[in-house]
Design a protein around this ligand. Sequence first.
Ligand code: HEM
Length: 465
Amino acid sequence: MEIRGINPPRSRYYDRGQFGRLFPGLPPFAADSHQVREALLELGKKGGVMDPGTTDPSKNPENPAKLSAGFTYLGQFIDHDMTFDPTSSLERQNDPEAVANFRTPMLELDNVYGSGPIASSHLYDASKPGKLLIDAAAPRDVPRNSQLRALIGDPRNDENVIVSQLHVAFLKFHNAVVDHVISKGGVPRGEVFAEAQRIVRWHYQWMVVNEFLPHIVGESLVKDLMKDDCHNRCYRWRHEPFIPVEFAVAAYRFGHSQVKGGYQANTTFAAPVFDITLDPSLPDPNDLRGGRRAERRFVEWKFFFRMGTDPAPNLPQIGQRIDTKLSTVLFELPFGPPGLPGASPASLAQRNLLRSLAFGMPSGQDMARALRIKPLQADDLADVKHLNLDRSTPPWFYILREADRCEEGKRLGPVGGRIVAEVFLGMLEGDRLSYLRADPDWKPFLGRKPGDFSMGELLRFAGVA
Ligand code: HEM
């Protein structure tokens, strides 16, 4: 008899909107037992192997490639563009065939556009056709209702100030592109929104392929995969792209390791990501959690991205090295994401590890072999030997350790890199409206240097930098 969520589904292909698997033939890294759950809770606990227990940079160093801290949150923003399962809970059986991804698995900014100006009219400005809503009374914040809930396409984009401010930047980027389309002329009034949305999406997608992805997986892997005619890829689908659990539950959670314990948000305000000692009923706590915040908490983007001008000393801030250490604040999350009952562990590491078990995910070693990559040796994982996890390692932990061992924590290693890059590129190639499918030779034109575009240029064009 099959137990839902333990046995991988037989087919690798799923219909649109569902999660699925890249390696359906591989066994789970461990059977779901009390003993294994205890080992994972031990590995991910506060004060355990993954917790530096301090903000001392020698115990949890910065990225040696000097990847700026904004890319951590751009990564989170992109995640929210691709994945959304509002019903998820650790307590429910997690069968990828049964778990719907309510976000279309594409890079198309549906976290910003919702279902468009008609179906999601609350996200749009009724007095400025084609534009997204900005609150005239609080123009630097995301728009909010009378109870201060963010009026945005994905509630997760209000989880912290940095991702929430990125959301504002994308709203303003779209509105600036609407002005650009109108000022250029030649587009009928009724088509301005659609044309602006296409230009926004294509610039965003181009920036993801040419700036974000090379930082995360290395330029040569992106180039190799783009040359490839797909035969060597592990990510394939039948009708339309789906989100593989190996991506959502393991590889793309690498970003948790890049999060710093705190940030300099602007010239005068620095704070921890969240401070659980603060009274949660405070209207404007002295940390970087999301929600309605005083203007003095808002970010100045030169602290997060290179803006193409001479940087001030020590700017932008650098994100953390990609390795098996998470900033110590992440072991005591003060909140659950929407849909997660309070019973979920407060440690983000424990949550990620338990999810791998609940989804019956293969070990990092098995995924490496399936990709014809030499797996890490037991020596590389000696610190989890006492938990019996050194030979069949939970994939999220494996991918972080691999980044550390193979790439000095600058970027993902061979298994994590392949999964992340293949999913991003495959998703774009599967979207008939993406620039990569519709017009692969298309070049961006909104930056100061035609043919080139970056996150810094996007922020500049949006008028927020
Ligand atoms: C302060 C920063 C962040 C916090 C507090 C945070 C927190 C969380 C939490 C609580 C979950 C649900 C865990 C579970 O119960 O399964 C989650 C899921 C996830 N996170 Fe993060 N995260 C952060 C940044 C990031 C970044 C930078 C990335 C990637 C670059 C990322 C990628 C993901 C992915 C892929 C998932 C699973 C799918 C989803 O629910 O979105 N996160 N995160």
